[in-house]
Write a protein that binds this ligand. Structure first.
Ligand SMILES: Nc1ncnc2c1ncn2[C@@H]1O[C@H](COP(=O)(O)OP(=O)(O)OP(=O)(O)O)[C@@H](O)[C@H]1O
Ligand SMILES: [Mg+2]
Length: 219
């Protein structure tokens, strides 16, 4: 059984003008995929469908064999970690530390795991430890992006979806992101990355999925 099965998916925001129509593909839990396509083709919308945030106009999405419409958002969140394209939409806690802790409130920690150790590790990795009592609102664009990444990467999810994760990161921080992706690969965890950076994708994904209005294809 595939981790994700996308079956004949059709979606549009308005009743007319289909964004994409009858697209089908499978994703295995340990696959490393890049999702590509021009601005506005529907990549972020497809991801929101895969998380159950948006509902299809046609077709179905199965996550580990269950139709996503029958799974609560928090149960999807236990299996799939997601970094939004816009980190402002992801950061809502009063402090950086609370934002990190929030990631663990859905029971995504492992028994015996020291959550504080893990949070500190990721805050240090992404060079955010000095901001732990700051409000996320006060962080710069790149710092917000790093916090969004740190909070998702610290969780024990099986699969990650990262929507343009390298946007706004300087060279050093991009390297940290790349190290984390390497670690995820070594741990056997899968991910799907949306990016317009061909070089970045080349290094960290094994397959590219191209989204077009008439369908998707592995390229
Ligand atoms: N909430 C919404 N209501 C109506 N239209 C929307 C909404 N969100 C997105 N759209 C439109 O749907 C289309 C696809 O948007 P989406 O964000 O999925 O594209 P994308 O492939 O992620 O683009 P980008 O590469 O710029 O991130 C765009 O034309 C966008 O304007
Ligand atoms: Mg997008």
């Amino acid at each position: 059984m595939s981790f994700y099965t996308i079956n004949s998916l059709t979606f549009s925001y308005a009743k007319t003008d289909k964004l994409f129509q009858n697209i089908s593909f499978d994703i295995d839990v340990n696959q490393h995929i890049g999702l590509v396509g021009p601005n506005g083709c529907g990549k972020t919308s497809l991801v929101k469908l895969m998380l159950g945030i948006l509902r299809p106009r046609g077709g179905e999405i199965y996550l580990e064999g269950s139709n996503i419409k029958d799974i609560s958002l928090s149960d999807v969140g236990k299996k799939v970690g997601y970094v939004f394209q816009n980190p402002d939409k992801q950061l809502f806690c009063p402090t950086v530390l609370e934002q990190m802790r929030f990631s663990f409130t859905y029971g995504s920690s492992e028994p015996g795991e020291d959550i504080d150790d893990k949070i500190n590790y990721y805050l240090k990795t992404f060079d955010l430890i000095q901001y732990k009592n700051f409000s996320p609102v006060k962080l710069s664009r790149g710092e917000k992006q790093r916090l969004a990444l740190a909070s998702v990467l610290s969780r024990n999810v099986k699969f990650l979806i990262l929507d343009e994760p390298s946007t706004g990161l300087d060279i050093l921080r991009k390297k940290e992101l790349e190290n984390c992706l390497m670690t995820l690969k070594q741990e056997g965890k899968g991910y799907m990355i949306i990016s317009h950076e061909a070089k970045f994708l080349d290094k960290y994904v094994d397959q590219l999925l191209r989204l077009r209005p008439e369908g998707v294809e592995y390229v």
